[in-house]
Design a protein around this ligand. Sequence first.
Ligand SMILES: Nc1ncnc2c1ncn2[C@@H]1O[C@H](COP(=O)(O)OP(=O)(O)OP(=O)(O)O)[C@@H](O)[C@H]1O
Ligand SMILES: [Mg+2]
Length: 233
Amino acid sequence: MILRVEGLGRRYGDLAALDGVALELQPGERRALIGPNGAGKTTLLNLVAGALRPTAGRIDFAGRDVTRMPPARRARLGIGRTHQHPAVWPTLSAADNVLVAARRPWGRLRAGAREHLAAVGLADQAGVTAGALSHGQRRQLELAMALAGAPRLLLLDEPAAGLAPPEVELLAGLLAALPSDVAVLLVEHHLDLVYGFADRVTVLHSGRHVHTGTVAETRRSPEVAAAYAGVKP
Ligand SMILES: Nc1ncnc2c1ncn2[C@@H]1O[C@H](COP(=O)(O)OP(=O)(O)OP(=O)(O)O)[C@@H](O)[C@H]1O
Ligand SMILES: [Mg+2]
Protein backbone atom coordinates (compact mmCIF):
# COMPACT_ATOMS: atom_id res chain seq x y z
CA MET A 1 0.00 0.00 0.00
CA ILE A 2 1.38 3.42 -0.94
CA LEU A 3 -1.28 5.64 0.70
CA ARG A 4 -3.57 4.99 3.63
CA VAL A 5 -5.92 7.65 4.90
CA GLU A 6 -7.99 6.97 8.03
CA GLY A 7 -10.76 9.00 9.62
CA LEU A 8 -9.50 12.09 7.84
CA GLY A 9 -11.32 15.31 8.66
CA ARG A 10 -10.94 19.03 8.15
CA ARG A 11 -13.28 21.56 9.68
CA TYR A 12 -13.71 25.26 8.95
CA GLY A 13 -15.68 26.45 11.97
CA ASP A 14 -19.00 24.61 11.77
CA LEU A 15 -18.37 23.33 8.24
CA ALA A 16 -16.89 19.84 7.83
CA ALA A 17 -15.09 20.22 4.48
CA LEU A 18 -13.95 16.61 4.95
CA ASP A 19 -15.50 14.26 7.46
CA GLY A 20 -14.05 10.91 8.53
CA VAL A 21 -12.79 9.80 5.11
CA ALA A 22 -10.83 6.57 4.63
CA LEU A 23 -8.91 5.74 1.47
CA GLU A 24 -6.24 3.22 0.46
CA LEU A 25 -4.19 3.26 -2.72
CA GLN A 26 -1.93 0.48 -4.01
CA PRO A 27 1.38 1.29 -5.76
CA GLY A 28 0.65 2.16 -9.39
CA GLU A 29 -3.10 2.31 -8.85
CA ARG A 30 -5.17 4.69 -10.99
CA ARG A 31 -7.84 6.12 -8.71
CA ALA A 32 -10.30 8.84 -9.59
CA LEU A 33 -11.87 11.06 -6.94
CA ILE A 34 -15.14 12.62 -8.02
CA GLY A 35 -18.10 14.39 -6.46
CA PRO A 36 -20.06 17.61 -6.88
CA ASN A 37 -18.62 21.08 -6.24
CA GLY A 38 -17.71 21.52 -2.59
CA ALA A 39 -17.56 17.75 -1.96
CA GLY A 40 -14.11 18.03 -0.37
CA LYS A 41 -11.93 16.74 -3.22
CA THR A 42 -9.37 19.57 -3.20
CA THR A 43 -9.38 19.54 0.60
CA LEU A 44 -8.43 15.84 0.54
CA LEU A 45 -5.58 16.47 -1.94
CA ASN A 46 -4.33 19.40 0.16
CA LEU A 47 -4.34 17.24 3.28
CA VAL A 48 -2.41 14.43 1.57
CA ALA A 49 0.10 16.87 0.04
CA GLY A 50 0.49 18.68 3.38
CA ALA A 51 -0.75 22.09 2.24
CA LEU A 52 -3.47 21.77 4.90
CA ARG A 53 -3.42 20.20 8.36
CA PRO A 54 -6.26 17.83 9.25
CA THR A 55 -8.48 18.44 12.25
CA ALA A 56 -8.94 14.66 12.58
CA GLY A 57 -7.45 11.45 11.27
CA ARG A 58 -4.19 10.09 9.99
CA ILE A 59 -2.28 9.84 6.70
CA ASP A 60 0.35 7.16 6.01
CA PHE A 61 2.49 7.30 2.88
CA ALA A 62 4.82 4.47 1.92
CA GLY A 63 4.61 3.04 5.42
CA ARG A 64 5.29 6.33 7.25
CA ASP A 65 2.96 8.52 9.25
CA VAL A 66 3.08 11.83 7.35
CA THR A 67 0.06 13.43 9.05
CA ARG A 68 2.10 16.28 10.52
CA MET A 69 4.95 16.31 8.01
CA PRO A 70 5.54 19.60 6.12
CA PRO A 71 4.69 19.58 2.39
CA ALA A 72 8.30 19.89 1.15
CA ARG A 73 9.30 16.73 3.04
CA ARG A 74 6.28 14.88 1.67
CA ALA A 75 7.31 15.97 -1.83
CA ARG A 76 10.80 14.60 -1.22
CA LEU A 77 9.29 11.32 -0.06
CA GLY A 78 7.45 11.08 -3.37
CA ILE A 79 4.12 12.92 -3.21
CA GLY A 80 3.75 15.05 -6.36
CA ARG A 81 0.79 17.22 -7.21
CA THR A 82 -0.82 19.63 -9.64
CA HIS A 83 -3.28 22.35 -8.66
CA GLN A 84 -6.85 23.22 -9.59
CA HIS A 85 -5.41 26.57 -10.78
CA PRO A 86 -2.04 25.83 -12.43
CA ALA A 87 0.86 27.03 -10.25
CA VAL A 88 3.86 27.87 -12.44
CA TRP A 89 6.52 30.63 -12.34
CA PRO A 90 5.29 32.86 -15.18
CA THR A 91 8.59 34.67 -15.83
CA LEU A 92 10.70 31.48 -16.00
CA SER A 93 11.00 29.34 -19.12
CA ALA A 94 9.14 26.04 -19.22
CA ALA A 95 12.47 24.19 -18.81
CA ASP A 96 13.48 26.30 -15.79
CA ASN A 97 10.07 25.70 -14.17
CA VAL A 98 10.78 21.97 -14.37
CA LEU A 99 14.30 22.45 -12.98
CA VAL A 100 13.04 24.48 -10.01
CA ALA A 101 10.37 21.88 -9.33
CA ALA A 102 12.94 19.07 -9.42
CA ARG A 103 14.79 20.64 -6.44
CA ARG A 104 18.13 19.16 -7.53
CA PRO A 105 21.39 20.63 -8.89
CA TRP A 106 20.65 22.37 -12.15
CA GLY A 107 23.52 21.53 -14.51
CA ARG A 108 23.08 17.81 -14.93
CA LEU A 109 19.31 18.10 -15.02
CA ARG A 110 18.96 20.22 -18.18
CA ALA A 111 18.55 17.12 -20.34
CA GLY A 112 16.16 15.61 -17.81
CA ALA A 113 13.99 18.73 -17.86
CA ARG A 114 13.67 18.44 -21.63
CA GLU A 115 12.71 14.80 -21.28
CA HIS A 116 9.96 15.67 -18.79
CA LEU A 117 8.71 18.42 -21.12
CA ALA A 118 8.75 15.99 -24.06
CA ALA A 119 6.75 13.49 -21.97
CA VAL A 120 3.93 16.04 -21.66
CA GLY A 121 4.09 17.22 -25.28
CA LEU A 122 6.00 20.46 -24.60
CA ALA A 123 9.35 19.58 -26.22
CA ASP A 124 9.13 22.60 -28.53
CA GLN A 125 8.21 25.02 -25.69
CA ALA A 126 11.24 24.43 -23.44
CA GLY A 127 12.54 27.99 -23.91
CA VAL A 128 9.15 29.74 -23.81
CA THR A 129 8.32 31.63 -20.60
CA ALA A 130 5.50 29.93 -18.73
CA GLY A 131 3.46 33.14 -18.75
CA ALA A 132 3.37 33.00 -22.56
CA LEU A 133 2.00 29.44 -22.67
CA SER A 134 -1.69 28.74 -23.20
CA HIS A 135 -3.79 27.62 -20.23
CA GLY A 136 -3.68 24.04 -21.51
CA GLN A 137 0.09 24.16 -21.94
CA ARG A 138 0.49 25.50 -18.39
CA ARG A 139 -1.45 22.46 -17.19
CA GLN A 140 0.90 20.22 -19.19
CA LEU A 141 3.87 22.09 -17.69
CA GLU A 142 2.59 21.57 -14.16
CA LEU A 143 2.39 17.84 -14.88
CA ALA A 144 6.02 17.86 -16.10
CA MET A 145 6.99 19.73 -12.91
CA ALA A 146 5.26 17.13 -10.76
CA LEU A 147 6.96 14.29 -12.67
CA ALA A 148 10.37 15.95 -12.21
CA GLY A 149 10.09 15.23 -8.48
CA ALA A 150 10.07 11.46 -9.26
CA PRO A 151 6.77 10.91 -7.42
CA ARG A 152 5.41 7.58 -6.23
CA LEU A 153 2.01 9.21 -5.79
CA LEU A 154 0.66 11.89 -8.09
CA LEU A 155 -2.25 14.07 -6.97
CA LEU A 156 -3.96 15.75 -9.93
CA ASP A 157 -6.62 18.39 -9.26
CA GLU A 158 -8.91 18.84 -12.28
CA PRO A 159 -6.24 18.70 -14.99
CA ALA A 160 -8.95 18.94 -17.69
CA ALA A 161 -10.59 22.09 -16.30
CA GLY A 162 -10.67 24.85 -18.90
CA LEU A 163 -9.28 22.63 -21.68
CA ALA A 164 -10.78 22.50 -25.19
CA PRO A 165 -11.91 19.03 -26.37
CA PRO A 166 -8.74 18.33 -28.41
CA GLU A 167 -6.65 19.30 -25.37
CA VAL A 168 -8.66 16.90 -23.20
CA GLU A 169 -7.86 14.14 -25.71
CA LEU A 170 -4.18 15.03 -25.52
CA LEU A 171 -4.38 14.97 -21.71
CA ALA A 172 -6.04 11.53 -21.77
CA GLY A 173 -3.06 10.27 -23.77
CA LEU A 174 -0.58 11.84 -21.34
CA LEU A 175 -2.35 10.33 -18.34
CA ALA A 176 -2.43 6.91 -20.00
CA ALA A 177 1.33 7.17 -20.57
CA LEU A 178 2.24 8.03 -16.95
CA PRO A 179 4.82 5.64 -15.45
CA SER A 180 2.96 2.49 -14.40
CA ASP A 181 4.61 2.37 -10.96
CA VAL A 182 3.28 5.81 -10.00
CA ALA A 183 -0.03 5.75 -8.12
CA VAL A 184 -2.39 8.48 -9.32
CA LEU A 185 -5.25 10.14 -7.47
CA LEU A 186 -7.15 12.08 -10.14
CA VAL A 187 -9.76 14.67 -9.16
CA GLU A 188 -11.85 15.46 -12.21
CA HIS A 189 -15.33 16.56 -13.27
CA HIS A 190 -14.76 15.33 -16.83
CA LEU A 191 -16.33 11.90 -16.37
CA ASP A 192 -15.37 10.50 -19.81
CA LEU A 193 -11.75 11.17 -18.88
CA VAL A 194 -12.28 9.59 -15.43
CA TYR A 195 -13.95 6.46 -16.75
CA GLY A 196 -11.27 5.99 -19.43
CA PHE A 197 -8.45 6.38 -16.91
CA ALA A 198 -9.35 4.93 -13.54
CA ASP A 199 -9.05 1.42 -12.14
CA ARG A 200 -11.36 2.46 -9.34
CA VAL A 201 -13.45 5.50 -8.51
CA THR A 202 -14.08 7.09 -5.11
CA VAL A 203 -17.00 9.47 -4.70
CA LEU A 204 -17.23 12.20 -2.07
CA HIS A 205 -20.33 14.18 -1.21
CA SER A 206 -20.52 16.96 1.40
CA GLY A 207 -17.16 15.90 2.82
CA ARG A 208 -18.14 12.24 3.21
CA HIS A 209 -17.10 9.09 1.38
CA VAL A 210 -20.17 7.71 -0.43
CA HIS A 211 -18.73 5.10 -2.81
CA THR A 212 -15.59 3.33 -3.98
CA GLY A 213 -15.80 0.84 -6.85
CA THR A 214 -14.77 -0.08 -10.36
CA VAL A 215 -15.82 2.15 -13.22
CA ALA A 216 -18.69 -0.23 -14.04
CA GLU A 217 -19.86 -0.28 -10.41
CA THR A 218 -19.60 3.50 -10.20
CA ARG A 219 -21.64 4.06 -13.36
CA ARG A 220 -24.55 2.06 -11.94
CA SER A 221 -24.26 3.15 -8.31
CA PRO A 222 -27.43 4.77 -6.95
CA GLU A 223 -25.35 6.61 -4.30
CA VAL A 224 -23.32 8.24 -7.07
CA ALA A 225 -26.44 9.23 -9.00
CA ALA A 226 -27.92 10.71 -5.82
CA ALA A 227 -24.72 12.61 -5.02
CA TYR A 228 -24.82 14.21 -8.46
CA ALA A 229 -28.60 14.71 -8.60
CA GLY A 230 -29.33 18.25 -9.66
CA VAL A 231 -25.63 19.02 -9.87
CA LYS A 232 -23.92 19.27 -13.23
CA PRO A 233 -20.96 16.87 -13.12
N1 LIG B 1 -10.33 28.05 3.36
C1 LIG B 1 -11.60 27.69 3.50
N2 LIG B 1 -12.40 28.31 4.39
C2 LIG B 1 -13.69 27.94 4.55
N3 LIG B 1 -14.30 26.96 3.84
C3 LIG B 1 -13.55 26.33 2.91
C4 LIG B 1 -12.17 26.65 2.69
N4 LIG B 1 -11.71 25.83 1.72
C5 LIG B 1 -12.73 25.05 1.34
N5 LIG B 1 -13.83 25.34 2.05
C6 LIG B 1 -15.13 24.66 1.93
O1 LIG B 1 -14.93 23.29 2.09
C7 LIG B 1 -15.79 22.54 1.24
C8 LIG B 1 -14.98 21.63 0.37
O2 LIG B 1 -14.23 22.42 -0.53
P1 LIG B 1 -13.26 21.77 -1.64
O3 LIG B 1 -12.53 22.90 -2.28
O4 LIG B 1 -12.48 20.70 -1.02
O5 LIG B 1 -14.33 21.14 -2.65
P2 LIG B 1 -14.10 20.43 -4.06
O6 LIG B 1 -14.72 19.09 -3.97
O7 LIG B 1 -12.68 20.52 -4.45
O8 LIG B 1 -15.01 21.33 -5.03
P3 LIG B 1 -14.78 21.80 -6.57
O9 LIG B 1 -15.25 20.65 -7.42
O10 LIG B 1 -15.68 22.99 -6.71
O11 LIG B 1 -13.34 22.14 -6.75
C9 LIG B 1 -16.61 23.57 0.47
O12 LIG B 1 -17.83 23.75 1.14
C10 LIG B 1 -15.75 24.81 0.54
O13 LIG B 1 -16.55 25.98 0.46
MG1 LIG C 1 -11.67 21.43 -5.95
